[in-house]
Design a protein around this ligand. Structure first.
Ligand code: SF4
Ligand code: SF4
Length: 317
């Protein structure tokens, strides 16, 4: 199944899903009432677990690979497929669907989801999507805390979903609590901001390949990111206090949250991480040297052109 085919249906993670015709044109708040229930008795049970794109957040990957007791790289290789996030050049992963038949999720069975208590964020949000008035990244920068007034919700209603015909009524807040969405919101918040921030740049600038690789590694493979932090020159380059080093050495969630801070700094120059003075100086010298080299190169090219034309070259150049 191509990425394009998969995109036609998506359990929404980044605000609005990709098929606007399925979005009910009504903004909901935490107190809005919804009538919905999903349970094994519905006629459509697990219909939403096939032919659908489920993008994974770093926290989703961490929870799933721990549940399946496998290292990050093995989980990524076995259960995911690469995608670009939110029409940006930021690489991420989505669950790899079966290639034949009805393209089902690797974790679905006739009895339901086999990883239910660790199911991905997008599966928990469905069918209530969340957006905020700052979608697009304009005010989602560092230090900006999304407050309740800025959030709104919307319903994704697909024809096959019979959950809306059930009698259960609850507020959006009650439904979200039941789905364990609040913890996910907290864990995903900074990472989603990175993607939305990147999206707000549009196509004006592209991420270097090195930046893309770093984003992918930090977002999908915490084992590799830990190695990068602890076993490269990272700790000689950045000022990181001992307590933080201790935390990120032993605690995956602390490491993940630290990776978001690092990415915000490396990709967008956000505050929160400081380089050691001598490293800054060395970096400045390196940039100067690169500039000097390119100036020398262009002078040489200029001289060559002049010489080829038989023109005189300014001796002071
Ligand atoms: S992870 Fe579970 S809930 Fe999500 S699509 Fe797969 S089977 Fe369905
Ligand atoms: S009721 Fe909706 S959410 Fe539940 S299984 Fe059916 S399609 Fe999926």
């Amino acid at each position: 199944m191509s990425e394009q085919d998969m995109s036609s249906k998506e359990k929404t993670l980044f605000g609005k899903g990709l098929n606007p015709s399925n979005i009910l044109p009504k903004k909901l708040t935490m107190n809005s009432k919804i009538k919905f229930r999903c349970h094994p008795g519905v006629e459509c049970f697990t219909a939403c677990c096939r032919g659908i794109k489920i993008v994974l957040t770093p926290y989703d990957i961490l929870m799933l690979k721990n549940r399946l007791n496998m290292p990050s790289h093995e989980f990524i290789h076995k259960y995911t497929t690469p995608v670009f996030l939110e029409k940006t050049d930021m690489p991420g992963v989505a669950l790899k669907l079966a290639e034949d038949g009805d393209h089902k999720c690797p974790f679905v069975t006739p009895e339901g989801c086999t990883v239910y208590t660790d199911r991905p964020s997008a599966c928990r949000y469905y069918p209530v999507g969340m957006a905020d008035f700052h979608e697009g990244g304009s005010a989602m920068g560092e230090g900006h805390d999304q407050n309740e007034e800025e959030k709104f919700f919307f319903i994704v209603k697909e024809d096959h979903c019979k959950g809306f015909e059930e009698d259960k009524e609850w507020t959006v807040a009650e439904w979200r609590k039941d789905q364990g969405v609040d913890v996910r919101d907290e864990m995903n918040k900074e990472w989603l901001r990175l993607v939305m921030r990147r999206k707000s740049f549009g196509h004006q600038a592209t991420l270097s390949e090195q930046a893309q690789r770093m984003f992918f590694m930090a977002s999908t493979n915490l084992d590799a990111f830990r190695k990068f932090v602890l076993e490269s020159s990272f700790l000689d380059t950045y000022i990181i206090d001992d307590e933080t080093v201790e935390k990120i050495t032993n605690d995956d969630i602390e490491l993940m949250l630290f990776s978001f801070k690092y990415l915000a700094n490396a990709l967008f120059g956000a505050e929160g991480l400081s380089m050691r003075e001598d490293k800054i100086q060395a970096k400045v010298e390196e940039i100067k040297q690169r500039q000097d080299d390119s100036v020398l190169e262009s002078i040489k090219a200029y001289k060559d052109i002049k010489a080829a034309r038989g023109e005189e070259v300014d001796p002071d150049l």
